[in-house]
Design a protein around this ligand. Structure first.
Ligand code: NAD
Length: 500
């Protein structure tokens, strides 16, 4: 077994023993001070001293209590992690694909074995429901298992250039080589799911990694490295973890000339900052997955009952609600604008609002958790206060109190109508349990309204008309378009068009 300092070893052992919410809560109650998380560099956890290292306080969203402290890993330690990832690269990049595949499959199995405890800590740290956290841990398993087989069967293009009177025929083909050390930076909304979606392909393709989770939700990343560390699956330096905030740790990671590429998921403003910060490093790969203000466009034809679909109205109302409120609306692909064709608008709105109240309101079923942080609570509240000031109608919900009731960052589902066209509520990403419903007339108007935000992440089209599926689907200015469905993904597709 690799080197653990004693206190870090007992911390991880205690946390890894908490496989129910009750056990984890009792464990947190038993502590005199918050958990102290640690970066993982070159196969060892790095102890840090609260006296000399700045840190970030991490709060439990459901209660508002301080549960963890995260060190702001310094530029020097970030560079140390990159240095070790660089040392590990020549050997790791030359390991046979079958070996890397085996490592990834074993990591997938480890996550599967630790499913419950990872879900428990994700739920505590992020605020999401345990059920949602379980879905996301399952996806973390898929991330590793998918890429473990993908690299074994990957195909790259090859083309013949025909012979001419002056030259022989030529075989051209694409050859891919591992690029080096990648910075993997993820947000707080689906912490383990999104970080493993970066780690798995990075390691699969022979690169080495310095991963930085969000400072708001670092617990499952820390536990994942502890689990992998104990298993000794990976050589030291192949996977490193640096904890800390964006301006200190993230910025140092991105800026380092020893980083071959950055895979970033997060807010659009941060994405712009990263592009600027790396503009002069022309060879650095940069992948940016940013925010969304995603539309759902519902056409009246979809609501006509057929023998196959005797009750389309409640079905599509439930689809729109799931698209808007899953994970408290904290999924970049969540729907935040629902456009409904005029003839169906009153019936849809009534059914939709009733379904949202019955399914997502606090105190009924645990369909939604708490928002991830106090700062995010304040942000969502700010948009709702603006909607109220602008005279929007709250069909469901209202403006939450300035001070969160009971300390936790709970916001119930909000359905708005009568939001004025140019309002920030309709234009900007709120990233919470807030959806605006708007009527539209013609197909052209619906497409224009749906495309009328500066974003282009995802869209949903609801129609039973085959021609319209393709016509409107292809007119959507979005990277992913679902027809009559939401959130089904094929992992290898970065953009796409999914029919259901
Ligand atoms: P954020 O941009 O504030 O932070 C994301 C990550 O970047 C964090 O780890 C943060 O510490 C780091 N960071 C911040 N400033 C940095 C800097 N200057 N240099 C390097 N790293 C820096 O985003 P967030 O608030 O954590 O997440 C919410 C956003 O993420 C939303 O906009 C959401 O739409 C988006 N998101 C997008 C996708 C997608 O696939 N497109 C998926 C999930 C979330």
């Amino acid at each position: 077994m690799g080197e653990f300092s004693r206190s870090i070893a007992s911390l991880t052992a205690e946390m890894l023993a908490c496989n129910t919410l009750e056990k984890a809560q009792a464990y947190l109650q038993s502590l005199n001070e918050p958990i102290s998380l640690h970066s993982y560099i070159a196969g060892s956890f790095k102890a840090w001293d609260a006296g000399s290292t700045s840190s970030v306080d991490s709060f439990e969203p459901k209660t508002g209590r301080l549960i963890a402290k995260i060190p702001n890993t310094s530029e020097a330690d970030v560079e140390l992690a990159i240095h070790h990832a660089k040392l590990a690269f020549p050997t790791w990049s030359k390991t046979p694909r079958s070996h890397r595949s085996d490592c990834l499959r074993r990591i997938a199995n480890l996550i599967q074995e630790n499913r419950e405890l990872l879900a428990v800590w994700e739920s505590i740290d992020q605020g999401k429901t345990l059920e949602r956290a379980q879905v996301e841990v399952d996806r973390a398993v898929s991330n590793f298992s998918y890429f473990s087989t993908y690299i074994l069967h990957e195909q790259t293009p090859a083309r013949m250039i025909d012979a001419t009177s002056t030259s022989a025929s030529v075989l051209t083909y694409e050859h891919r080589s591992p690029a080096g050390v990648f910075a993997l930076i993820s947000p707080w909304n689906m912490p383990l799911y999104l970080l493993t979606w970066k780690i798995a392909p990075c390691l699969a393709f022979g690169c080495t990694a310095v991963a930085k989770p969000s400072e708001i939700t670092s617990i499952t990343a820390f536990l994942l490295t502890a689990i992998i560390h104990e298993s000794e699956i990976l050589p030291p330096g192949v996977l490193n973890l640096v904890l800390g905030d964006g301006p200190t740790t993230g910025a140092a990671l991105v800026a380092s000339p020893n980083i071959a590429g950055v895979s970033f998921t997060g807010g659009t403003a941060t994405g712009i900052a990263l592009r600027k910060a790396t503009a002069h490093q022309i060879g650095k790969h940069l992948s940016l997955e940013l925010g969304g203000k995603n539309p759902l466009l519902l056409f009246s034809d979809a609501l006509v009952p057929t023998p196959d679909h005797p009750a389309p109205l409640p079905h599509f109302a439930a689809l729109a609600a799931a698209a808007a409120f899953t994970n408290q609306g904290e999924i970049c692909l969540c729907t935040s604008r629902v456009y409904v064709q005029e003839a169906s608008y009153p019936a849809f709105l009534a059914t939709f609002a009733a379904h949202v109240r019955a399914t997502y309101a606090p105190g009924t079923t645990p369909a939604m958790g708490a928002l991830a942080s106090r700062a995010h609570y304040d942000k969502v509240r700010g948009y709702l206060a603006l909607a109220e000031r602008e005279g929007a109608t709250f069909e469901v919900g209202g403006v939450p109190p300035e001070e969160p009731e009971g300390g936790g960052y709970w916001v119930g589902p909000v359905v708005l109508t009568g939001v004025r066209g140019g309002s920030a509520v309709l234009r900007e990403e709120i990233f919470g349990p807030v959806v605006v419903v708007v009527p539209f007339g013609s197909e052209e108007e619906g497409v224009r309204l749906a495309n009328g935000s500066g974003y282009g992440l995802a869209a949903v089209v609801v129609t039973r008309d085959g021609g319209r599926m393709r016509r409107v689907g292809e007119a959507m200015e979005a990277g992913v378009v679902w027809v009559n469905g939401w959130l089904q993904r094929e992992l290898v597709l970065q953009g796409g068009w999914v029919g259901v």
